[in-house]
Design a protein around this ligand. Structure first.
Ligand code: ZN
Length: 286
């Protein structure tokens, strides 16, 4: 089956193989995994921390199925190249959300130019997208006995997307736990770091091998360009996503490619992970 075309029924059938929800609770994480740079770093972060990690992707009618193809490529290469992580990497789930995509049509899902709207948001903003993702992810995590929901949202550097704010996700976490009688934790390891520090975190987690996976296999470009390979990865080089990725790369390289190791202590006991980084390179400033 194509990465884009997993039908909803197949995704639901996946959920049939339930893990015992009591004995396994708290042992695992579900990573919201788009195949981009940020969610690839989040996947590595979760694999370093949890004994069992599953991934979920959302097909909401993206312009470019390359985004979904990148998910498969990144997962396979991580399993191949990181023997410590491979046994922890569990199932992948792709949920069909094209109905939502149709409601929330924007530049990513329809052929509209990327521009700023009257509210000061880029037309790439899909209203409510992350909120919907977390509702679906939480329902899946409930069935799979996973307690941590890991997402690559970030307040630093970019976007001003209101559903990437930690305040929004704190409210979402409360709503999910109240509404599903659960004790999920939404973890956002990238929330307070810059794009240069995201590269440093990748190196801290998986060395230059993980940096290479991100450069060669992850995909971020809004235009779906897989022809032009830059030092920081494939992309058109000019869309907002490429500019951000390239700028972060330049900042990281200018600091001599430092590595950041995460500290997980602060994020235990069910508290959301805040600024969890500890520098093991020359600089922790981006
Ligand atoms: Zn681009």
């Amino acid at each position: 089956m194509g990465p884009r075309g997993l039908p909803a029924a197949a995704a639901i059938a996946h959920m049939g193989a339930m893990i015992d929800p009591i004995s396994e609770r708290g042992a695992g994480a579900l990573v919201l995994f788009s195949g981009g740079q940020d969610s690839t770093v989040c996947l590595a972060w979760a694999l370093e921390r949890y004994a069992r990690v599953e991934t979920v992707g959302f097909d909401y009618g993206q312009r470019h199925s390359v985004e979904l193809a990148a998910r498969t490529a990144v997962r396979s290469r991580v399993a191949e190249q990181f023997p410590d992580w491979a046994p922890r990497l569990g199932e992948d789930h792709v949920l069909d959300m094209r109905g939502f995509g149709a409601v929330a049509a924007s530049a990513l899902t329809a052929d509209r130019a990327i521009e700023m709207t009257a509210k000061g948001l880029p037309s790439t903003f899909v209203p409510g997208r992350n909120l919907v993702f977390f509702v679906y992810a939480a329902a899946l995590a409930d069935r799979r006995g996973l307690k941590s929901l890991v997402g690559g949202m970030c307040e630093t550097d970019f976007s001003g997307y209101p559903d990437c704010r930690r305040d929004t996700l704190d409210a979402m976490q409360s709503a999910l736990n109240l509404g599903m009688a659960q004790d999920f934790v939404i973890e956002t390891p990238l929330m307070w770091i810059t794009k240069a520090e995201t590269w440093a975190l990748a190196k801290g987690l998986g060395g230059e091998a993980l940096v290479a996976v991100i450069v060669e296999d992850s995909h971020t470009c809004y235009l779906g360009d897989r022809e032009d390979l830059h030092p920081w990865g494939y992309g058109c080089g000019t869309c907002p996503a490429c500019e951000l990725r390239a700028r972060g790369w330049d900042g990281w390289v200018a600091q001599d490619r430092p590595a950041l190791r995460p500290s997980f202590a602060e994020a235990s006991e069910g508290k959301p992970a805040g600024p969890v980084l500890r520098s093991s390179g020359r600089s922790e400033e981006g």
